[in-house]
Design a protein around this ligand. Structure first.
Ligand SMILES: [Zn+2]
Ligand SMILES: [Zn+2]
Length: 271
């Protein structure tokens, strides 16, 4: 029997079900000897219920997600394998992600087991690495907590993780290139440039905004030099492919390291 740290106080619907349903079943069962202890039937009922409903530990999160998932999008529950499969579409772009809920949820984070998407590699890499990071932060205390911060308590990670993936698919295809102001992602996903050397290849800069590679190169070549800012958010513009000074070379190196770590995480995850 799987054990779950179910928070009945938070989950009032399930708490009510687990209290009233067995009472009705036991009362309605003619095979039960009246006047004797009925604790065993009650325990059997709870055990069967939890075995058959392994995702009950994230019932509230699933309900909240179901309010957002609509149209062609789907949230499929696989009780036997304790997994949730998210299918999210935005016109021709899609992401299908399988997320496993561990036995000791929410003390441990959800495990992103498989992601399939038609976004290009930089976005695929970023989505997985960032989703895993969001899940990790829900259950691991920060290395440098703020002074006077309350003691860290793990929080459920499924809703936050899946909301991030849904947001990526719903937002990215409409993102404009800050240089030419055209939509970066073509309406026809088959026309999405997959050659990383092409000017039409889409690059994600450090702040998260997206440029055509050719536009980013043009922008970096234009004065003023040394303090380029993202036109969308005002953040300093960094991309590992471009550097012009020692300081930038250092930043480039740091970014390459970060990117290598992201890629390593993804490659470890795909093993
Ligand atoms: Zn552009
Ligand atoms: Zn930006």
């Amino acid at each position: 029997m799987k054990l779950y740290s179910m928070e009945f106080k938070r989950n009032s619907v399930i708490a009510l079900y687990l209290v009233t349903k067995p009472q009705k079943d036991i009362v309605n069962s003619s095979s039960l000897p009246m006047g004797k202890s009925q604790i065993l039937p009650l325990l059997k009922f709870v055990r069967k219920f939890i075995d058959e409903n392994s995702l009950i530990c994230c019932y509230d999160e699933i309900n909240a997600l179901k309010l957002i998932v609509s149209g062609k999008d789907q949230l499929k529950l696989k009780q036997k394998s304790s997994t949730v499969v998210l299918k999210v579409y935005n016109e021709e772009y899609y992401l299908i992600g399988r997320v496993m809920v561990p036995d000791n949820y929410p003390s441990s984070a959800v495990d992103i087991q498989q992601v399939e998407t038609n976004f290009t590699t930089p976005f695929y890499t970023h989505m997985i690495a960032q989703a895993k990071e969001i899940a990790r932060r829900c259950v691991e205390a920060p290395l440098n907590p703020k002074p006077n911060a309350a003691p860290f308590v793990p929080i459920p990670s499924m809703e936050k993780t899946l909301l991030f993936l849904i947001d990526c698919v719903k937002r990215l295809p409409f993102e404009e290139c800050p240089f030419c102001m055209e939509k970066c992602f073509p309406s026809d996903a088959k026309l999405l440039e997959r050659d990383p050397n092409s000017p039409n290849h889409i690059e994600r800069v450090y702040c998260g905004h997206v440029f055509h590679q050719g536009c980013l190169l043009e922008f970096m070549k234009q004065p003023p030099f040394g303090n380029k800012k993202c036109a969308k958010c005002g953040a300093k513009l960094y991309h590992f492919k471009w550097s012009q000074s020692d300081k930038k070379a250092e930043a480039r190196w740091a970014q390459e390291q970060a990117r290598d770590r992201e890629l390593q995480e993804v490659s470890d995850f795909l093993k």
